[in-house]
Design a protein around this ligand. Structure first.
Ligand SMILES: Nc1nc2c(ncn2[C@@H]2O[C@H](COP(=O)(O)O[C@H]3[C@@H](O)[C@H](n4cnc5c(=O)[nH]c(N)nc54)O[C@@H]3COP(=O)(O)O)[C@@H](O)[C@H]2O)c(=O)[nH]1
Length: 846
């Protein structure tokens, strides 16, 4: 404790008697004090406000303001509360002493004073005051520290039963300082009844033997609130006798809450609040023990939502999350309270059914769970129809541990998915064989890359105008020791699932580019190489960076590398994929969309990605010669791709008929067994050196250009239209004169005519009527500032107009409508106008 005296302490001497002031000064100054004098109470107050002294000597009997009054007022001044004030009283004047102490005096000195001792007395008082100030400071600091640590303390003296509770202890107990005795009995009453025996026993032991205690218990505050405290106590003994007991009590409510929350989160899924995998495993373990004892059954139903990825990708993650929450809610309602619905992660849920009388009951519940999905899900503005697949396993038949029950349910889930969506499947032994087979392939595949068992075969792609090989597709094979050549379908899905596709995919890219580099070096510098990229590679690998590195390592120009992506690549995390594809385009790589037609393929969808090539899936090509649908779908895909300036490659061409169809419809390139199967690099060398190609009669001429005729009597309209359409790749003819339009149609292979309605000489209606009569295949579009009903109905009645576009036109829609008109022209079908009265006026989306 710092109780050093101030050097040259300042003493304010307040006395109306000049002689007393002089004598005090004479006695104190030689002892090192500084003196300030005041002859009245008012002077004293003024002097105090000029500078706070270290001590005040104050006469009580003064005219005007008395010493008592002055003392009381000094105490109220800033800094006045703790200054020692010593009053000067008459000898044995008990009343004055009492009155002065009540007014706030610290001490008194009776007159006549003993001048010799005065300095000693004042020094002692100054030291005591300094010690008191320091004590107050420490007390305050301790209180702050206790409040900060939420830790209070108590003491209990056995001799007199007196005790002390710190302010923080009172706060923890929810009590006021003056709300009663600080006894142990009262402390005990602060605990809820069920907790009291715990503390009582510990306290008795402390009292009897001095053994300290550490307890966690609850306390009940007066307002009903409860806190959790960590309570420690010890005894101070003299010999065997306990003199004092003291303890601390720390409020650990928040920490406890957080611990409980952490424990909860460790066992629950944050999105749905359902038990997570860890808690589920625990529950299955307990349920197995219980089922063994009771002889009852239990079942695990493993659910995987059908096409959940599509929901996430199409509507965004917030909708996906809301769907998972709603599924969790419905599943909980569908089962009994004692059953567990858990979320394994992603869109996978597991239901643990306990206390089943037989395994048929599990089947009934599986049906009930499927029915839960019958009702569409209303998620904000979206209404979604979602189904699930369920794989089920039953204890004890399908597994006697949590792990095996989940594995067998998972195998059954695979089979349920295979059956199609919205189905359940119980585990059976055959699935077990498949599971083992998978495990074995997985193990062997791990070795395959390191042991050089993977190889690439190359399938040529042929240009259908020149008939020449212009590129290759690299196709992976696994030469498995003792088994032979394993096709990729048998192991790529597994490699995808396990993540091995990352290393394998990089090996494929490097090997294919290295082979391309060799072919370029041997004079086949025009060749391109297509490499398949899986969805997981795109998700987990920085593809642009990898491609850049591989191209640099192999010395292959970027435009010669083509990456084949499936729609599953595009459908995941759309923004990320678009960014990566744009970077790949910047590098100069060609991007092809593989297996087109099998997924969600649509025109608008294709427009979103920087794709260069569309590969028409072999299932369509297979059908072109013997199915009307196959033929018309393939024709539409080719026309649609052309309209987007994308090249088309037909996959899986096996027959001359298929090739003929592709030529007739101006497909750009083909690939398939008709020309060559995929071959090892060395065999492909021979084919390249031999210059193998399609004969000219198996090829077609360059596709004719689309010819558009614009007719309007106003030249500025024509030039605005030409400007709007200049990048669409059309051959544009234009005229201000309807008669000349007829001549242009006669001399050019016009596909679509776009004409103004009102023109001098011959109206647009008349012009189109004549064109329809002579060239019915030309698609006729009217551009009119006056969509008057009579001219529209006349044109419709005659079937002479395919579409109306009103002036002023929306540029994007104009392009879309003309493109649609050309597609119609190319498919050879003139569709009648539509709408409630057969009218279609198209300056807005039709
Ligand atoms: N992520 C990766 N996927 C790859 C890789 N290598 C191949 N694959 C994919 O595996 C699938 C099966 O490929 P594969 O067994 O090689 O079959 C290809 C051709 O052999 C086959 N094909 C070619 N022409 C014909 C034909 O005339 N008839 C017929 N029945 N089949 C034919 O088609 C497959 C072409 O594949 P693609 O052009 O990619 O669609 C397949 O999906 C491959 O993509 C790899 O390294 N990584």
């Amino acid at each position: 404790m710092n109780t050093a005296l101030p050097p040259q302490a300042l003493v304010l001497v307040v006395d109306d008697d000049t002689m007393t002031r002089i004598l005090v000064t004479e006695a104190l100054e030689p002892e090192g004090f500084r003196i300030e004098e005041a002859a009245s109470g008012l002077e004293a107050l003024a002097a105090f406000q000029r500078g706070v002294p270290d001590l005040i000597l104050l006469d009580v009997a003064m005219p005007g303001m008395s010493g008592f009054e002055c003392c009381a007022q000094l105490r109220l001044l800033p800094g006045g509360a703790h200054v020692p004030i010593v009053v000067l009283t008459g000898n044995d004047d008990d009343d004055s002493i009492k009155q002065a102490l009540e007014a706030g005096a610290s001490d008194f000195i009776s007159k006549p004073m003993q001048w010799r001792l005065l300095a000693h007395r004042l020094r002692y008082l100054l030291r005591a005051s300094s010690a008191l100030t320091e004590l107050n400071r420490i007390q305050e600091s301790l209180s702050h520290a206790q409040a900060l640590a939420r830790l209070g303390n108590w003491e209990y003296r056995l001799a007199d039963g007196d005790g002390y509770w710190s302010p923080e202890l009172l706060r923890i107990l929810g009590l006021d300082a003056d709300s009663g005795p600080t006894s142990f009995e009262r402390l005990l009453q602060c605990l809820p009844e069920d907790q009291r025996p715990l503390l009582l026993e510990a306290f008795m032991e402390l009292h009897a033997s001095g053994t300290g205690y550490s307890l966690e218990h609850r306390v009940q505050q007066q307002d009903g609130g409860e806190r959790i405290v960590f309570h420690q106590a010890e005894a101070v003994r003299e010999g065997r006798q306990v003199l004092l007991m003291r303890g601390t009590m720390q409020d650990i409510t928040e920490r406890k809450r957080q611990e409980l929350r952490i424990e909860y989160l460790a066992n629950h899924d944050a999105l749905t609040d359902l038990p997570n995998r860890q808690l589920l495993n625990d529950r299955i373990g307990q349920a197995i023990v219980h089922a063994r004892r009771s002889g009852l059954y239990l079942a695990t139903l493993m659910l995987d939502l059908d096409r959940f990825k599509f929901v996430n990708d199409s509507y965004g993650h917030p909708v996906g999350d809301a769907l998972l929450q709603e599924v969790a809610r419905r599943l909980q309602h569908a089962v009994r309270e004692g059953d567990t619905v858990a979320r394994q992660g992603g869109d996978e849920f597991v239901i643990l059914l306990t206390d089943l009388p037989d395994s048929d009951t599990a089947e009934d519940i599986a049906k009930k769970v499927l029915a839960v999905f019958a009702e569409p899900f209303s998620l904000g503005e979206h209404t979604l129809h979602v189904s699930t697949s369920i794989g089920a396993s039953v204890f004890p038949a399908d597994g006697d541990s949590g792990d095996t029950l989940l594995k067998t349910a998972d195998a059954a889930l695979y089979s349920a998915k295979d059956k199609g969506r919205n189905a359940y499947q119980f585990y059976n032994h055959k699935m077990g064989v498949l599971v083992e087979e998978r495990a074995e392939i997985e193990h062997a595949l791990h070795q395959a890359l390191a042991q050089g068992e993977l190889e690439l075969h190359y399938q040529p792609k042929v240009n259908l105008v020149s008939g020449k090989i212009y590129g290759m597709e690299a196709l992976l094979r696994w030469r498995r020791p003792g088994i032979g050549l394993v096709p990729p379908d048998r192991f790529i899905p597994l490699a995808e699932e396990t993540g091995m596709i990352i290393a394998i995919g990089e090996w494929v890219l490097r090997t294919a580019c290295a082979q391309l580099g060799v072919w370029h070096a041997y004079g086949f510098a025009h060749l391109t190489m297509a490499v398949n990229v899986s969805a997981r590679q795109f998700r987990q690998v920085d593809m642009p960076q990898l491609v850049r590195a591989v191209l640099a390592d192999c010395g292959v120009p970027a435009h010669c590398l083509e990456l084949e992506l499936t729609e599953s690549v595009l459908m995941q995390n759309r923004d990320l994929v678009v960014r990566a594809l744009e970077q790949l385009k910047e590098i100069g790589v060609t991007l092809a969309l593989d297996d087109f037609g099998t997924g969600y393929s649509s025109l608008s969808y294709l427009k979103q990605f920087p794709i260069d090539v569309v590969k028409i899936d072999q299932s369509f090509i297979h059908d072109v010669t013997d199915s009307v649908d196959g033929a018309s779908l393939t024709r539409s895909i080719i026309a649609m791709a052309k309209s987007l300036h994308l090249a088309t490659v037909a996959e899986g061409v096996e027959t001359e008929g298929q090739l003929g169809f592709l030529n007739t419809n101006h497909c750009d390139a083909m690939q398939g067994y008709y020309f060559s199967r995929p071959l090892p690099g060395a065999e492909m060398d021979l084919m390249l050196y031999a210059g193998t190609r399609l004969p000219p009669e198996s090829c077609h001429a360059v596709a004719p250009q689309r010819v558009l005729l614009l007719v309007d009597d106003e030249e500025h309209i024509l030039s605005a239209l030409r400007r709007s359409l200049r990048k669409e790749g059309y051959q544009i003819l234009s005229t201000t004169n309807a008669q000349e339009a007829l001549e242009l149609v006669a001399s050019h292979a016009v596909g679509v005519i776009l004409t103004d309605a009102r023109m001098p000489g011959m109206s647009g209606n008349e012009l189109l009527r004549r064109i329809k009569g002579i060239y019915p295949e030309i698609v006729r579009v009217m551009l009119s500032g006056y969509p008057e009903l009579h001219s529209v109905t006349a044109a419709i009645n005659e079937g002479s107009v395919y579409k109306f576009i009103t002036k002023p036109w929306d540029e994007t829609l104009l392009k879309d409508h003309l493109l649609e008109a050309f597609l119609r022209f190319e498919s050879g079908v003139q569709r009648p106008p539509r709408g409630p009265h057969g009218i279609e006026i198209s300056n807005r989306a039709a």
